[in-house]
Design a protein around this ligand. Structure first.
Ligand code: FBP
Length: 267
């Protein structure tokens, strides 16, 4: 492992990744109902908030938009990803090499592994190549560790999420990005399973401020190191308000009520 606390991916040992790879993963449907959210510049602007430790995007957005933000935003290049048009067993294409990610300014890289898919073997072998290339470039590696596929009945069951966190440790990821397993106790188990790999929660579909912040608070109280979030930030009319609150919960370890009060006072 590399000491990632000293890299741009972390602030005070914690992580807040703003994910914006949904145009590939889900398609334009995620942008419906909120004018402007399809414009990557809007989310790059949000990523200039001091709470955001990195923005996670695919190669195309990095090439087109990152040069305008390189002084104010840290780039996490998501190396693989696939569209919702793909109907097969969970799998994903490697769209960018680590060397190219480093060349265009990435300070960390991300990689999805669908443990349990029929394609797990090849995905893990692709992860091996990416992880070793990242080590050669001194770049932290975040694994989107999402067990799913044939035979997996519940991809957010506590045992599945703990296994996802453990896979990330076993395979050499610095950070495991996992779905919320439903409770603080389940997250504690996932954190223990991940050993020295930091665990962060994946944001999920948009919910109320209070529900969303409560799950983030559970993650922090369980020893998780933060969040990699997309829709719960950029699908809001005012991403800054929720980022102000997240900053309090993640970095100041505030209560949800205090964090919301703080965020309201910044308006
Ligand atoms: P959200 O916070 O919006 O859930 O984003 C996290 C993320 O992992 C994105 O990086 C990715 O595009 C998306 O979720 C994939 O979600 P899924 O594969 O579960 O549909």
């Amino acid at each position: 492992m590399i000491p990632i606390d000293d890299t741009p991916l972390c602030r005070d040992g914690k992580v807040l990744i703003l994910a914006y790879d949904h145009g590939l993963e889900h398609g334009p449907v995620d942008f419906e109902g909120l004018d402007g959210s399809e414009d990557p510049a809007r989310t790059f602007e949000a990523a200039t908030h001091p709470a955001v430790t990195s923005i996670a995007v695919q190669k195309g957005l990095a090439e087109a938009y990152y040069p305008s933000y390189e002084d104010d935003v840290n780039l996490l290049l998501k190396l693989n990803g696939t569209s919702n048009l793909w109907m097969g067993e969970p799998d994903t294409a490697v769209n960018c090499t680590v060397d190219y990610a480093a060349e265009i300014g990435a300070s960390s890289v991300g990689f999805t592994v669908y443990g349990g898919s029929n394609h797990e073997i090849e995905m893990v072998e692709e992860f091996r190549d990416a992880q070793e290339a990242a080590r050669a470039n001194d770049l932290p590696v975040v694994m989107w560790s999402y067990p799913r596929g044939q035979g997996l009945k519940n991809d957010t069951a506590p045992s599945t999420i703990s296994y996802a966190a453990r896979l990330a440790l076993e395979l050499g990821a610095d950070v495991a990005k996992v779905k919320y397993p439903g409770s603080k106790a389940a997250m504690e188990h996932a954190v223990r399973s991940a050993g020295k790999t930091k665990v962060v929660m994946s944001g999920g579909s948009k919910t109320s401020d209070r529900d969303f912040l409560s799950s983030v608070k559970d993650v922090i109280d369980a020893g998780g190191k933060g969040l990699a979030v997309g829709r719960n930030v950029w699908q809001r009319e005012d991403p800054t308000h929720i980022l102000d609150a997240l900053e309090q919960v993640i970095f100041e370890e505030s209560s949800v009520a205090d964090a919301l009060e703080y965020a309201d006072a910044q308006q």
